[in-house]
Design a protein around this ligand. Sequence first.
Ligand SMILES: *[C@@H]1O[C@H](CO)[C@@H](O)[C@H](O)[C@H]1NC(C)=O
Ligand SMILES: *[C@@H]1O[C@H](CO)[C@@H](O)[C@H](O)[C@H]1NC(C)=O
Ligand SMILES: *[C@@H]1O[C@H](CO)[C@@H](O)[C@H](O)[C@H]1NC(C)=O
Ligand SMILES: *[C@@H]1O[C@H](CO)[C@@H](O)[C@H](O)[C@H]1NC(C)=O
Ligand SMILES: *[C@@H]1O[C@H](CO)[C@@H](O)[C@H](O)[C@H]1NC(C)=O
Length: 949
Amino acid sequence: MAKRRRLFLLLVLCLLAGSRIAAADTNPQDAAALKSLMKKWSNVPASWRQKSNDPCGEKWDGIACDNTSRVTSLNLFGMNMRGTLGDDIGSLTELRVLDLSSNRDLGGPLTPAIGKLIQLKNLALIGCSFSGTIPSELGNLAQLEFFGLNSNKFTGTIPPSLGKLSKVKWLDLADNNLIGRLPNSRDNGAGLDQLLIAEHFHLNQNGLEGPIPEYMFNSNMRLKHILLDRNRFSGSIPASIGVLTKLEVLRLNDNSFTDQVPDMKNLTILHVLMLSNNKLRGPMPNLTGMNGLQNVDLSNNSFTSSGVPTWFTDLPNLITLTMQSVAISGKLPQKLFSLPNLQHVILNDNQLNDTLDMGNNISKELGLVDIRNNKITSLTVYSSLDSKILKLEGNPLCSGSLLSGTMLCTDRLTEHPPVPSSFDVQCANPFVETMVFRSPSFADVIKYLPELHKNLSTTLSSCTPNKLGLVPYSEGTYLNVDIRACPVNSKRFNYSQVLNCFNLTLQTYKPPETFGPYYVHAHPYPFHDKASRAVLIGVVTGSVLLVVGLALIGVYAARQKKRAQKLVSINNPFASWGSTEEDIGEAPKLKSARCFTLEELRLSTNDFREINAIGAGGYGTVYRGKLMDGQLIAIKRSKKGSMQGGLEFKTEIELLSRVHHKNLVGLVGFCFEKGERMLVYEFISNGTLSEALYGIKGVQLDWSRRLKIALDSARGLAYLHDHANPPIIHRDVKSTNILLDAKMTAKVADFGLSLLVSDSEEGELCTNVKGTLGYLDPEYYMTQQLTAKSDVYSFGVVLIELIVAKPPIHDKKYIIREVKTALDMEDSMYCGLKDVMDPVLRKMGDIPGFPRFLKMALQCVEEVGPDRPSMNNIVREIEMIMQDNGLTPDSMSASSSFSVDSTAKKFVPRYPYSNMSTSSTTFEMNSRAFEYSGGFPSQGSLKNRNSTS
Ligand SMILES: *[C@@H]1O[C@H](CO)[C@@H](O)[C@H](O)[C@H]1NC(C)=O
Ligand SMILES: *[C@@H]1O[C@H](CO)[C@@H](O)[C@H](O)[C@H]1NC(C)=O
Ligand SMILES: *[C@@H]1O[C@H](CO)[C@@H](O)[C@H](O)[C@H]1NC(C)=O
Ligand SMILES: *[C@@H]1O[C@H](CO)[C@@H](O)[C@H](O)[C@H]1NC(C)=O
Ligand SMILES: *[C@@H]1O[C@H](CO)[C@@H](O)[C@H](O)[C@H]1NC(C)=O
C-alpha cells in the first residue's frame, strides 16, 4: 500500500515537473495534450489520476479513441471540474465530440484553439462559466452539427463567422450576456442567415438588440425552433418568419418589437407562439388556420382594441391561451371552454363584458380561467364550475353582489400546491440533473408528466431500472424537471455510469412533443465520500494538500470572523443594486443581516428541491434549509421577475435587520445574486396560525394556548408600532403571517408590505391600498390613510379567527359580519354564536375570559380607527384576561424584551360582567345578548340586553 502510494507520488511529481512520459499506445500528441489539459483541472475522473499515460489503451473515463489511437471524444459532462480550458485542446485534431457541460466552475476565456478541431461535430460547453467573447475562430469548425454554448457568461457580439458553420443543426447561445445585432451575410459578410440546415436558433436571455432585417430568414431555411425571447430586439418582426413553414416554436416575447404582426398563416405546424411583452401595434393578429397552435401568448402589447378574436374558437389543439391586457372586449364564446385540451385561459385586464357563460361542456383539463379586471356583469353558473378555476376579481359583478367575498372574487390566484412528486425516488446518492424546458405547450405539467417519465425511464433504463424520479417545478418562465436517478445495487454511480447514462446534452433524447425545446444541466455529484476524497488528495501530492490546507484554514478563519462580527455582511452585497429597473432607491442599510451566496443556499436546500418547499404563493416559494453549522432556516425565494419587486425586498431586509423581538420572526440574512432574491429567516417549526386553526395539521389549540398566541402576536405588533424607531406599520397582519415555534410561541412574519412611519404626524400615510382581502381595514381601503389602527383591524380579524377557526372569508361569508350578526340576533344569541364558533372550543366548555376577549376583538374591528384600541392596550387587556382567569403564561413575567409604554393609558375594560368569567368556569351565553356600539376604550360599548331577567 505504502509502496503504491509512493509510486503515485512519484508519478504525479513527474507530471508536475512537466516531464512528458511517452504514451504506450495513445498517439503521443494526444496523450500529452490531455495531460496538459488535466493540469488545469481539478476533479477529473479518478481513472485519469490513477492510470498512467495511455488514455486510449487504459480507457480513461470520458475518452474515446479510433483505431489509430487518436482521441475522438472528450466527454466530461457533470464531473464537478474546476479550472480553465487550455490551448492544448487544439492538439486533439481528431476530436469529434467535445462535451464539458455542467461543470459550473470550469470557465475563463474560451481558447481560440478550439477552432483547430476541424473534425468536430459536437461542441457542448453548456452550463459552465466561460466568459469573454466567443472566438471567431469557431467559424472554422466546418463539420460542426451541434453548437451549444448556452448558460455561460459570454459577452460581446455574435461573430459573423458562425455563418460558416454550414452543417450546424443546433445553435444555442442562450443565457449569456451577448449584445449587438444578429450577424447576417448582407451586412456582415457572413451570418446566421447562411445556416440553411439549422433547426434551432436558441438565442434567448441575452442582451441582443436592434432590428432584425427581412433577409435574416428565407424559405430555404429549415428552422423549427426560434427562441429570441428576453433580449432587446426592436423594430418590426420580419415578415420573412412567415415563410418558415417548418417552424414549431416561435418565442419573441420580452423584447421591444413594434409595428404590426406579419402574416403567419402558412405556419400551420407552429405549436407555440409567444409575442407577449413587446410594443406590437396594429390589428390583433388573425391566427385562424394555424391549427397546430397549442400555446399562444400575445399579452401586454398595444394592439388596436378589438372584439373577441374569432380564432379563439378555431384552434382545435389549444392548451394554453394567454392574452393579458390586449384591449379585447365583448362576450367570451362558450365554444372556447369546450376545446378538448384546454388547460389555462388567462385574459385578465381586458374589456370583456356582458355575461360570462362558459357553457355546460367545459374541457375536463381546464384548470384556470383568469378574467380578473374586466367588465363582466353577470355569470351563468353550472354545477360543473369549480371556483378554484375561475377568477373574477375586479369585475363589476364582484362589487356589491352576492359573489363579493367568494373565492371567485378574491384577488389571489389559487396557490398551486407543490406538484405531488409521485414519481420521486429517494436514495443516499441520487444523480440529479435538471431538464429545462424552454417552451412547453402546457401550463400544468401534471397531465404530461407520466408520459415523460415513461419515455425517459426507457431511455435511461440500462442504468437505472425502475429507479428514476421526476420532480417538476417552475423557475421563472421555464419549466424545470429534475431527473433523479438512484443507483441499483451500489451506493453511488461511478464516473463512467454518469458519463454514459446521463449525457443528455447532445439532444439525442427526444421528449414528448408538447415539452418543446430543452437543455440539461447536471448537479454536482458526490463521486466519493468526503473522507476518502481527502485521502486521495493526500496521496496525490503534498503540495496540493498544503494549498488545500491553507485554503481550509482561510475559510475557517473567515467563518470565525464572520461569526465574531455577528453575521455582519462582509462586503457590499448590493453593489449591483440598481442595475435593473425595478431596484428602486439605494442599497439597503443593513445592521445584522448576513449575505449568503446562492451556492450556500443551494447546498442548504439540496438545490431547492421540491420536498424542501414548505410554502408557496404569488411571491415565490419558501424552502426549509439547513446551514453547514446545523442551523435550520426558512428561505423565501422570490420568483424571478415576480411582482414583489426590488423595493419590497429591500424594505423587508432593512426592517427586519432593525427589529429584534422574540415575537417577530428574525432575519438571518439574504441573498441577492444572479437575479435571485432570497430572504433567510430563522426556521419556525410549527407552521402558521392558520394551519394550526383550520389547516391540515390537526393541532387542537386549547383556549389558553389561543390567548397566549394572541398575546404573543400582539406584543410583536406593539413593538413594531411603539418601540421600533421609526415605528413600523406591518400592513399585512393575518393568520398565515403568524408563525408558531416549537414552544408554540407566536411570531409575526412577513414584512414585505411594511411601511416606516417617519415624521408624519399621527403616523398617517397616504398610500396605495395593499393588504390581504378579509383582513383589510375598510377605513384604510376607503380613505387610503394608513395608520397603526389598520394593523389593529387586521389583528381583530385574527382574534375572531381564533374564536371561529375559519378563514376570514369562507363559504361566501365574512366572519366579522357573521359574528356581529350572530350577536345582534337578540333572542338566539347563543345559537347564533354557537353556530359560528369553533366546535373544538365549544366542546371544551370552559372558556374563561371569553366575553372580554370577544369584546376586545370586536372593538379591534370597529369601523373607524379612533374607536379601536392601540396594540399596547390590547397587550395589556390580554394580559389581564389571562391573569384574571388564573392563566399565567410562562413568558408573561419574563417579557423583558418588551416593556409597556408607561405613559399609555391603562386600559380599563368596561365589560359589565368581567368578574363573572373569573369565577364561573362556564360562560353561558344563551342567557344574555349583547349589543355593540361605540368604540374602545370608550365606555359602554358592550351592553347587556336581557340583563339578569
Ligand atoms: C480504421 O477504421 C476506419 C473506418 O472507421 C477504416 O477505414 C480504416 O481502414 C481503419 N484503419 C485501420 C488501421 O484499421
Ligand atoms: C403562404 O403559402 C402560399 C402558398 O404556398 C403562398 O402563395 C403565400 O404567399 C404564402 N404566404 C405567406 C405570407 O408567405
Ligand atoms: C381571419 O382569417 C380567416 C382565414 O384566413 C378569415 O376567414 C377570417 O375572416 C379572418 N378574420 C378576421 C377577423 O379578419
Ligand atoms: C361590450 O363592449 C362593447 C365594446 O365596448 C360594446 O359595444 C357592447 O355594447 C358591450 N356590451 C354590453 C352588454 O355591455
Ligand atoms: C451517452 O454517451 C454514450 C457514450 O459516449 C453513448 O453511447 C450514448 O448514446 C450517449 N447517450 C445519450 C443519451 O446521448
